[in-house]
Design a protein around this ligand. Structure first.
Ligand SMILES: [Zn+2]
Length: 266
């Protein structure tokens, strides 16, 4: 099983090695700002691409949290599209295996259908050279990818785009649990909708089922059903990223636990 962690962006190759991992996920710049992307690796994008390839480390980029492709507010939606394109271009330059972006949301008073259509229009207009992986989110009353019924509507909207085959899905176990989706059986239920799971974010949750809170923690310290996490990781058939605290030691322990419950670790 191919596993790794969300790490500091300066040297994702060294971070992977320190965890005994074959992949790394990181941000290109500040995840909370409308800036960037910026490659922090010494030597820049080309060096990162070449060095990662030589080291056999796959790279995943997580888009900034501020992007909301579904938004009905022009002043958020339009810069979100522009920044997503920049992130995709930069991810392609470093040879990334995928770019992960959250499903986003519309306002409580908005019609969710407008949000799904905004996603479809965004996908239509992007030039996509690395897989764009939409991730389920934990919170929000009017989220695009918190519950399965919404995921089905989102996927239906996207399927009408000529770029649909370049869009995949990232399943986060903390977000699923906190968002109110049972982990046991979830892989099958998601695949019935999306036809694919391209990446798993394996995290425990500091909060209760359906709390709507997005706070990750290390395995065994949260409220996620451990059997559910193990089943997701074992059956998704996708690479796994832990986005948990504790740095090298904390994440190594999480990766070891996943390997012990869900099969061997590369
Ligand atoms: Zn995640």
């Amino acid at each position: 099983m191919r596993m790794g962690a969300h790490v500091d962006q300066e040297d994702p190759i060294a971070e992977a090695r320190a965890r005994g991992a074959v992949l790394s996920q990181f941000f290109l710049g500040d995840p909370q700002a409308w800036k960037g992307p910026k490659v922090a690796y010494p030597g820049g994008a080309e060096a990162l691409r070449a060095d990662a390839e030589a080291a056999g480390v796959a790279l995943y980029v997580h888009a900034p949290y501020v992007l909301n492709l579904a938004s009905t507010n022009n002043r958020i939606r339009i810069p979100s599209r522009q920044h997503l394109q920049k992130q995709l271009t930069a991810a392609a330059e470093i040879g990334a295996a995928g770019l992960i972006v959250h499903g986003g949301h519309v306002l409580a008073t908005d019609d969710a259908a407008v949000g799904f259509d905004n996603w479809r229009k965004a996908i239509d207009g992007l030039s996509i050279d690395v897989p764009l992986l939409i991730e389920n989110t934990a919170g929000g009353a009017n989220a695009m990818a918190r519950h399965l019924d919404r995921l089905a509507q989102l996927w239906d909207a996207i399927s009408h785009s000529p770029n649909a085959d370049k869009v995949g899905f990232c399943l986060d176990t903390c977000h699923a649990h906190a968002g109110g989706m049972e982990l046991l059986g979830l892989v099958d239920r998601v695949r019935a909708i999306t036809g694919r799971i391209d990446l798993v974010h394996a995290n425990d949750s500091r909060d209760a089922f359906d709390s709507g809170a997005d706070r990750h923690t290390n395995f065994g310290q949260g409220f996620c059903d451990p059997e559910g996490v193990a089943e997701v990781v074992a059956t998704a058939g996708a690479p796994v990223v832990v986005e948990t605290p504790g740095g090298v030691e904390g994440q190594r322990a999480d990766l070891d636990w996943l390997a012990s419950v869900a099969g061997s670790r590369d």
